[in-house]
Write a protein that binds this ligand. Sequence first.
Ligand code: HEM
Length: 183
Amino acid sequence: MADRLGVDLGSSWLTATFALDPRSVSFDDWLLSLHVLSAFALVAGLIVFWVLIVAVRKTDTPDGTIRMAPVAKVGSAATGVGMGGTIVFGIWLAFSVGRYDIWDGWIVAALVLWVVAAAIGARTGKEFMAGMTKAQELDAAGQTGPSSELLALNRTQRGLVMHTLASLVTLLILADMIWKPGA
Ligand code: HEM
């Protein structure tokens, strides 16, 4: 039987037709789509935290601070899935896609920057959790009114700088992925 290219492929016609079909999705295509979806989740999570950082800057009550916890959970889940997915599918792609190697400069740079972003992200989380912990303590002690100490913790300058750095490092990885310098 001849396929669309007019080649006689005999009994393997079905397999050959799908392999030659430019619309067929390879395993590497699936890996790349999962990798890029993870990148979306990571960037979305970082943006959720930007929204929280802006919102918490004017929050000086325990109740107002505690009410942000569910949104923070969404941000943590998105960044967690994003960080995990980008590293797992990224390393998998580096081994699976024939034209790249794990020791290519742009891939090594991405791995180093990913570790830097993870370390900064962990410290950022600790900075902003101080405000949440204080809010829970005040709430448990029955102090529900405004607190200047809580406001100062919620406005952590270190946290703001850390999140800015984590966002910049992530943008750097994204640029590295798109331009693939040296590939
Ligand atoms: C740190 C470990 C990472 C490794 C080893 C890695 C590896 C790779 C590889 C090998 C490709 C090319 C796949 C192909 O052309 O078939 C790729 C593409 C891509 N990666 Fe990563 N990646 C990593 C992290 C990230 C992160 C953190 C992001 C997002 C912030 C990201 C976003 C992307 C995007 C958007 C593409 C598609 C770019 C394009 O081809 O135009 N990657 N990655």
